[in-house]
Write a protein that binds this ligand. Structure first.
Ligand SMILES: Nc1nc2c(ncn2[C@@H]2O[C@H](COP(=O)(O)OP(=O)(O)O)[C@@H](O)[C@H]2O)c(=O)[nH]1
Ligand SMILES: [Mg+2]
Length: 418
């Protein structure tokens, strides 16, 4: 990994390493340099010498730059180092690709790749004509303008296709609802322990990072919680400072979280409490952006085995009012049974409630869900609200509670097991 920073910038190699691990790479060498970008190599020539040495002696097969590189720099580096050189942006694209679970996300990622390539296309072809290098294979056979036009044409085609599939996506969603198996999504920052928890919950033994290829296994498995089938889905981690070009593909890769019946927001409780607070705020804001307005959320404070107990206590005190909070160690299996019970309570218990809901599409959907999955006792359309009395699974009732203001929701009876 390489980070060439301006004199006023701080090293960002720790974060880059987390991303490398998530993508399935093992990091064996770090290089940091403060200087203005060198026109030919980005890093300075003497640092290039050090890097070249390291690539040889450690048998490195890919070099990842924190910085964006111009095609000329990318070409020169690949030529000097004889290995592929990619940037943070391309690394993030690899992570998205591993996690893209639906057609729309896959196309969004392809689109981002092409948009990244377009302004670089002509120069890359010209460079490739000087001789093939890692990352520049085959390009030399093109004419620069032809290659550019080809990419441009594919961008337009993809954009059209993305419009088309919006409708299909809605149908797929309905199909799953009919199937009626609830989905639990694991959300949270990279490195929080989502994959470890995914494995603990589905008790499978697929590898977890930092080993290679963690993320290549299936991201959604069916398992049983309290005897009933549920889908558990290991989603792409939240990433700090996603490059603007990648926002759409990031959002659509995350979109499967919005389909969930229950979200486990996994936090690394071993981090300083300030970081925890910041990441939690950022996580909730990302969830809102992808349309999670009413889905129930359980806060899972992971790495309890190494976290200061004050962190867990503080989080429980500060957040216990708004969310169920549970401390676990996914790695050691501590409190996993507790978590099972908590999940089961959300998925399997029924509550009877009265609620007063403002008219909206979301309201309509929730009333429909209450009809499908619960029992509506009384329903009245008022001028500006729908008054509903019903019995429904806690996940549905919780959605309704989160849509109403505190005075508009009242539980009549809870824990009537079905
Ligand atoms: N000490 C400790 N480490 C953990 C725990 N859960 C996960 N880890 C480690 O944290 C790192 C990231 O875990 P991973 O599941 O890949 O995180 P993800 O990026 O959220 O999927 C790995 O090195 C795990 O072994 C835990 O409960 N305790
Ligand atoms: Mg993971």
């Amino acid at each position: 990994m390489v980070h060439r920073a301006y004199p006023w910038e701080e090293p960002n190699l720790d974060e880059l390493e987390e991303l490398c691990n998530t993508a399935g790479y093992e990091v064996v060498y770090r290089l940091f340099q403060r200087r203005y970008p060198h026109p030919e190599y980005n890093i300075g020539p003497s640092k290039l010498g050090e890097l070249k040495q390291a690539v040889k002696s450690l048998g490195i097969n890919k070099v990842i730059f924190e910085n964006e590189l111009r095609p000329l720099q990318e070409y020169n580096l690949a030529k000097e180092l004889s290995v592929e050189v990619i940037t943070r942006l391309q690394l993030i694209l690899e992570i998205f690709t591993q996690h893209a679970s639906n057609l729309e996300a896959k196309l969004q990622i392809k689109l981002a790749e092409l948009k990244y390539e377009l302004p670089r296309a002509k120069e890359k072809v010209k460079l490739a004509k000087r001789g093939e290098q890692p990352g520049f294979h085959g390009l030399g056979a093109y004419e620069a303008d032809v290659y550019y036009e080809e990419i441009n044409r594919r961008i337009h085609k993809l954009s059209e296709k993305l419009e088309e599939i919006k409708y299909k996506k809605i149908r797929a969603n309905i199909q799953r609802r009919v199937e009626g198996i609830p989905i639990i999504s694991l959300a949270g920052y990279t490195n929080a322990g989502k994959t470890t928890l995914f494995n603990a919950l589905t008790s499978s033994n697929s590898e977890v990072s930092p080993q290679m290829f963690t993320t290549l296994s299936t991201k959604r498995r069916i398992t049983r919680i309290d005897g009933k089938p549920v889908y558990v889905s290991d989603t792409v981690g939240f990433i700090k400072n996603v490059p603007t070009l990648l926002i759409s593909s990031f959002m659509s890769t995350l979109m499967e979280i919005a389909e969930a019946d229950l979200i486990l927001l996994v936090m690394d409780a071993a981090e300083p409490i300030e970081t925890l607070r910041e990441k939690l705020d950022a996580s909730l804001s990302i969830l809102r952006q992808i349309g999670v307005t009413s889905t129930p959320i359980i806060l899972v404070l992971n790495k309890m085995d190494i976290a200061p107990s004050t962190n867990i206590e503080t989080a429980k005190r500060e957040l216990g009012q708004s969310y169920p909070v549970i401390g676990i160690s996914a790695k050691r299996g501590d409190n996993i049974d507790e978590l099972h019970r908590l999940i089961s309570r959300f998925l399997n218990s029924f509550v009877a409630f009265r609620a007063s809901l403002a008219y909206s599409d979301e309201t309509k959907r929730l009333v429909q869900q209450t009809y499908l999955r619960g029992r509506v006792i009384d329903l009245q359309y008022q001028d500006s609200t729908i008054e509903i009395e019903a019995e429904a699974p806690l996940v549905v009732a919780e959605k309704i509670r989160r849509l109403t203001n505190p005075s508009g929701f009242r539980i009549i009876r809870r824990d009537s097991q079905q």
